[in-house]
Design a protein around this ligand. Sequence first.
Ligand code: NAD
Ligand code: TDX
Length: 334
Amino acid sequence: MRLLVTGGAGFIGANFVHQTVAERPDAQVTVLDKLTYAGNLASLDPVAEQIRFVRGDVADADLVDALVAESDLVVHFAAESHNDNSLTDPSPFVQTNLIGTFTLLEAVRRHSVRYHHISTDEVYGDLDLDDPARFTEATAYNPSSPYSSTKAGSDLLVRAWVRSFGVAATISNCSNNYGPYQHVEKFIPRQITNVLDGVRPKLYGTGANVRDWIHVDDHNRAVWTIIDKGEIGQTYLIGADGETDNRTVVETVLELCGRDRGDFDFVTDRPGHDLRYAIDATRLRTELGWQPRYRDFREGLAATIDWYRTHEHWWRPQKDATEQAYARSGERTL
Ligand code: NAD
Ligand code: TDX
């Protein structure tokens, strides 16, 4: 099978390529990635000999057309992915997440190629902290940020291309991922690398916001399950019952690193900060038989801390610039 993976030099895409090369020897993988600040070719070093890498933009219609024409399946991970950046400058979010997805959809339509669209639970907005509800495939879209609204828009484009043009597509909306190769701008790697650097972790607002954490390998196994067994035109939510508030995450990182659990700072809150995300993945579990392998968040976190400890050469080049960007954005200790 000839597989085109967009955004394969990013966090989830790179882990997907590693998993695919290891577990699907019949897959011929081409990665299309623009190598923005978030892309890192070093994340593909372990599989460099087994894949083809093309540097380019998912909104480049000619390039995308040529690559899609020679593929059997497109898995679209490429996106601008960081909420905080979308509040500073939404423009690349509109360009990549909306125009990029449109460009891919037109190419898979022209060449009748199977397409899987990677999206997020943030399209559903947020839940109250004490609300027993969780997101399901039937929850109404209600995105809050420029990031989540462009992801929501891209999902709707996919649905329309399925309905209007018969494109063979599936969509997955996953909760917050953690694991190796995640950019140090994101919450968990930022705090792990802060602690490794002897810097106090930074919690937005009160630290009460809840995210539903899933290990990136469980996300990617779910993606393959949907590609193999999912129904065309369907949306599948991916989550592993990992609801945890941000303060607990930071306290656990500190404890696992042998530091005092209270050794963190509260900083300026994110504008419009979503309170809580929670996924009900019943459809994926019962209809397609997927189950997560990482069931103990603390264990997964400990393994992730070990990975950052032993891969400083991977994250160090981005660390200073990332912290300077947070400082420029006006982040202050409360
Ligand atoms: P990431 O920011 O780590 O990686 C994104 C990759 O896309 C980078 O390699 C970047 O260079 C590439 N890219 C960006 N713009 C591009 C363009 N115009 N053309 C080609 N390549 C481009 O993101 P991630 O965390 O790995 O997220 C991957 C996907 O998963 C995104 O679609 C995101 O919305 C979705 N998602 C992420 C999470 C999460 O917790 N990180 C959860 C659910 C869904
Ligand atoms: O320094 C921080 N301190 C802090 O308290 C950072 C960077 C974040 N936070 C909070 C904000 C969120 O409540 O931690 C939580 C997680 O933050 P992010 O890692 O920025 O993730 P989030 O905004 O929840 O979005 C992530 O999950 C859904 C991904 O970045 C998205 O791409 C995905 O769609």
